[in-house]
Write a protein that binds this ligand. Structure first.
Ligand code: ADP
Ligand code: MG
Length: 589
């Protein structure tokens, strides 16, 4: 292919503009992105070579080399991974294939700080090179192709790029950054080592840099300089973090690893690192993020858990590893029992994978239970037995985290009621709502039960679009009058999710908007009698109303649930609630 000039996809051009304008305050992340691409490329080679060892071309030691040239002002990140064909370079470096790109673009606010966070989550990847470079040259040859089938890709980071075929014997990719004047600090071994240590220590292949040593100048009176020795040294730990014993890993290292795999700027809320032994052996390192990603509701969103088999990366969107209602969890699962060439289809069917999925789900739930236990709000924490817990520093650090978690991910968690029957009870305990006695979303079913009135035999709730609508519903009047707490549910998923929960710990859940709410023992004899008499007295009126409303209402009843309002709408006990009906209507059903 002779040299040709091609245009970036419109989204790429837009993203490039953002990258250079929003991320300049945190330029060093380009190192993380380019090293992680190099590492991904090596993982891909190793994976493809499982079925085709010839791809190694007798050079099976995979590595990343970082070099710089002070005179040319270039910094090069080179790998001997899978490489790219010319077409792949055009496709992968000229377009964004990620789902949700449009979504992401729409979320940008123009506020540089906020956008920088979003861009970080999105993973700007390769294009982050343009934060520090005004020109990038990529030279590559795909494993298995001829030396004559190499490719050179060059771009200045605005509208277009050039590609041409070149001769290249070395397998893999070199990304050559032509640094801007203000980014020359990266032409320094010490600086580079420091940034690599910060972002890429966990990369499981060696990152090599050429050793330097101090040399005095031969000319009298001239300063000496660092010169390259031709020897290479490994500058990262090159041990996968999750394979290290817990005791040897600091909180900071756990947090850094999280940031590296999630592209999040913020530290995680909590994590769990365990070796699971038994029939299926695996290591799990699972994180709960502090903030929901912009694409939490995107149905094609990749799951956040990476699958490794004996430290070899297998895939990073393994939905089979956690149910979709836990899609916010990030982390790594490394199994010794799965075959290295495991396919997606095989994953779905594997007994080991099922065991891993179950074990990981339970682990996430217990992390959440632990946070919930330490989240002190005025209601008694679950599991308290009257004995005041000794609060240690660790507990203290967990305070308030569950509310934070719940505000971000509570609605997703509720999907679990319909999705994960086996854990429904544990999930129910983790749910929190606002109520007629609490404006904050902090009331659990257990808190509610502990406060139930004598004679009350149901947990009452109401669903509505928002808190104000819920609170002012005429359906609540009698409950207010009698001082009975009612849970206020305002998430769109509540209605659907509660279909899957008949009761909590033996106490039935009862929507106050359904049928003839039976207050049972909460109603005294006189009230009952009055209601019966009224029903009798109003019979003729009811018959007329029924006739008049016959196409609109199934039934018309006298009720004792109203105090101030003259009438209200309710649905049949087995009917769809008004809220659900409205939701379905909105969805065009
Ligand atoms: P991501 O890594 O999330 O896919 P990037 O922008 O970092 O996004 O990279 C885009 C694509 O370019 C990669 O998916 C890969 O196909 C290709 N690519 C980037 N760097 C390399 C490399 N060093 N070797 C081979 N392919 C690469
Ligand atoms: Mg990348």
């Amino acid at each position: 292919m002779s040299k040709q000039t091609l245009s970036f996809q419109a989204e790429v051009a837009q993203l490039l503009h953002l990258v250079t304008h929003s991320l300049y305050s945190n330029p060093e992340i380009f190192v993380r992105e380019l090293v992680s691409n190099a590492s991904d490329a090596c993982d891909k080679l190793r994976f493809e070579a499982l079925n085709n060892a010839a791809l190694f071309e007798n050079a099976p030691n995979l590595e990343v080399r970082v070099t710089f040239d002070k005179d040319a002002k270039t910094l090069t990140i080179q790998d001997n991974g899978i490489g790219m064909s010319a077409q792949e370079a055009i496709d992968h470096l000229g377009t964004i294939a990620k789902s949700g790109t449009k979504d992401f673009m729409g979320k940008l606010s123009g506020d540089q700080k906020q956008d920088a966070q979003l861009i970080g989550q999105f993973g700007v990847g390769f294009y982050s090179g343009f934060i520090v470079a005004d020109k990038i040259t990529v030279e590559s040859r795909r494993a298995g192709l001829q030396a004559s089938e190499g490719v050179r890709w060059v771009s200045g980071g605005s509208g277009d790029f050039e590609v041409e075929t070149i001769d290249r014997t070395a397998r893999g990719t070199s990304v050559i950054l032509h640094l801007r004047g203000d980014a020359e600090e990266y032409l320094n071994a010490w600086k580079l080592k420091q940034v690599i240590g910060k972002y890429s220590d966990h990369i499981s292949l060696p990152i090599l840099m050429e050793k330097e040593e101090w040399k005095e100048s031969e000319k009298e009176g001239e300063p000496g300089a660092m010169v390259k020795t031709g020897e290479w040294e490994t500058v990262n730990k090159a041990s996968a973090l999750w394979t290290r014993p817990k005791k040897e890993v600091t909180d900071e290292q756990y947090a850094d690893f999280y940031k590296a795999i999630s592209h999040d700027f913020e530290a995680p809320l909590t994590w769990a690192h365990n070796r699971v032994e038994g029939n299926t052996e695996y290591t799990q390192l699972l994180y709960i993020p502090a903030k929901a990603p912009f694409d939490l509701w995107n149905r094609d969103k990749k799951a956040g858990v990476k699958l490794y088999v004996k430290r070899v990366f297998i895939m990073d969107d393994a939905e089979a590893l956690l149910p979709s209602y836990l899609r916010f969890v990030k982390g790594v699962i490394d199994s010794a029992d799965l075959p290295l060439n495991v396919s997606r289809e095989l994953l779905q069917e594997s007994r080991d994978v099922r065991a891993i999925r179950e074990g990981s789900t339970k682990r996430v739930l217990s992390m959440l239970e632990d946070l919930a236990k330490h989240d002190r709000h005025d209601a008694p924490a679950e599991g308290t037995d009257g004995v005041t817990d000794v609060v240690d520093a660790d507990d203290k650090a967990k305070e308030g985290k569950y509310s934070k978690f719940y505000a971000e991910f509570g609605a997703v968690l509720k999907e679990g009621l319909g999705e994960d029957f086996g854990n429904r009870e544990r999930l129910a305990k983790l749910l929190r709502f606002a109520s007629t006695t609490s404006d904050t979303v902090s009331v659990g079913f257990a808190d509610y039960k502990a406060r139930m009135k004598e004679g009350q035999d149901a947990i009452y709730y109401i669903t509505a679009d928002n808190l104000a609508a819920a609170k002012n519903s005429p359906q609540l009047e009698v409950f207010k009058k009698k001082g009975i707490e009612v849970l206020l549910m305002t998430d769109r998923v509540d209605e659907w999710a509660l279909n899957y929960l008949q009761d909590f710990d033996g106490t039935p859940l009862q929507s106050v908007a359904k049928g003839a709410v039976d207050l049972g023992k909460l109603q005294d004899e006189a009230e009952k009698k009055a209601a019966e008499e009224a029903a009798e007295a109003f019979k003729p009126v009811l018959a007329k109303l029924k006739e008049a409303l016959k196409d609109k209402a199934e039934d018309v009843r006298v009720t004792s649930r109203l105090v101030d309002s003259p009438a209200c709408l309710v649905v049949q006990d087995d009917g769809m609630s008004t809220q659900l009906a409205r939701m379905l209507k909105q969805a065009g059903q």
